[in-house]
Design a protein around this ligand. Sequence first.
Ligand SMILES: [Mg+2]
Length: 226
Amino acid sequence: MLWDIDGTLVRAGDLGAAVFDRALLAVLGRAPNERIRMSGKTDPQIVHEYLDLMEVDEPGSVPEILHRLEWELAADRHRLAAEGSSCDGAAAVLERLAADDRVVQSVLTGNVAANAVVKLAAFGLERWLDVEAGAFGSDDADRRALVGVALARQREMRGRDVAAQDVWVVGDTPDDLACARAGGTRCLLVATGRYPVDELRGAGADAVLADLTDTERVVEILTAGL
Ligand SMILES: [Mg+2]
C-alpha cells in the first residue's frame, strides 16, 4: 500500500501553503500575491508553478527554495500538530494493515522526504509505515514517476520484489490516479482532500470512498485477493 499524505492521511491546514509563502519570501525576497492549487502536485512542481506565477526566471533557485521549505516546516512542527490533524479513520486503518503480515505499507507523496516525515510524525502515523522506503517529491517532480521509485526502493532496501499489479496507491486527487495508472497499480481515492466524492467517482479509480472511517470496508478493499 502506497499512501499519499496530504488530504489522505493528514490535513496540514493553512500551514501547508503558508510554508511555501515563507520559503519563497526567504529566498526570492518576496512572497506570491496569490496561492496556486497544491493538491496532487509535488513540492518541486509547486515551486516551479510559483516561479512562473511570480514571473521569476530563476529555475536554479528551486533547490534552495525546497531546502528552505524543509526548514520552515520543521520550525513550525508544533504548530502543525496543534492546527492540523490526521484524517478521520486514517490511524485505525494504518494500524490494522500494519498488523497484517501480507501487507507492506509505505508512502507515495509529493512532499519532499523531510517534510513527509514531519507531517506523519506530527500525528504519530509514521509508526505504521515503512517511510524510509517510500517515494517522495524530492525523488521526482513528476508524480507519475513515483511508483517506479517506490518499487525500486522496496527491491534495493528491503530485498522485496513487489509486482505493480499487487500495489494499491491511495490518494485524494485525480493526480494520484494518474500516478497509479502510469505505474500499473490499483488506486483507491478518498474524498477527504479538496475533491468531492462525486468528482472522484467519475475519474475511474478502482475504488472511491468518502473517507477512511469505515475501517472494515477500507481493509476489505485493499486486501481483496490477497
Ligand atoms: Mg493528497
